[in-house]
Design a protein around this ligand. Sequence first.
Ligand code: SAM
Length: 269
Amino acid sequence: MSGFSSSWLSLREPYDRRARNGAVLEAVRAWAAGRSSVAVVDLACGLGSTLRGVTESLPRRQSWRLTDNDLSLLARAAGLAQPPDLTVTAVPVDLARDLEAALDGPVELITTSALLDLVSHDWLDRLVTESAARRLPVYAALSYDGLATLDPVDPLDSAVIEAVNEHQRGEKGFGPALGPAAAAAAPGRFEAIGYGVVQGASDWVFGPRDTEIQTEVLTGWAVAAREIGSIPIGDIINWLARRRDHIAAGRSSMRVGHVDFFARPIATR
Ligand SMILES: C[S@@+](CC[C@H](N)C(=O)[O-])C[C@H]1O[C@@H](n2cnc3c(N)ncnc32)[C@H](O)[C@@H]1O
């Protein structure tokens, strides 16, 4: 168990799908154009959301190696219905320890979603180094950038979001997490070693009807803020109650900032 429940990953997938940046997916498509097949390794696949989000941008014949350290998610990801012409293998890997092994073998494209904000500066360096040494392009989607807005505005929103961002920088199994800094740091690291990078926003946009996901996200934020301890618990409870009232009344909207990028070695296809 990784702490990422299958119900949460299923709930967010359609919003992630909608948020994925079209220009970045177009850059993936342009890279793949002319290939008859492609071999992909997906890092931290969860239930396989990245596969389903990217498959239409790639040639029909695809082989996917799905990796995760949560055996239950991995088994479900491999079992979910896949489009024809796809070969899918599920490989249990602790990416904190064995990133390099996960990339070994026939791989032409690395993908990942909602992972880079969990990893440390050192782990990101390992990913950049290993990708470059193998001359592999990287599609990395949905890194949280720390910018969130809620409507209607509540006086405690910014303090809660600040606490959430501090929580994001805590240990997530890879060393001190980059959290919101990942969204800017990761494309910058690839550019610095000579990769061409296409990046763009992939914000979650939740409207008044998206009640379940708003409730989940805001409840998670309240828990994170409590763990950080900078806001009195009573204030957090009252804030959450007010936010839930807005959701129940059908007047709550949210935007949560994310960034996608595609980084490819400039000198190679
Ligand atoms: C936020 S979820 C994203 C899942 C999926 N990529 C998606 O977009 O829905 C983070 C994923 O990272 C995986 N994960 C966390 N730590 C890991 C580690 N050390 N090794 C491999 N996977 C890990 C979790 O099991 C989870 O599936």
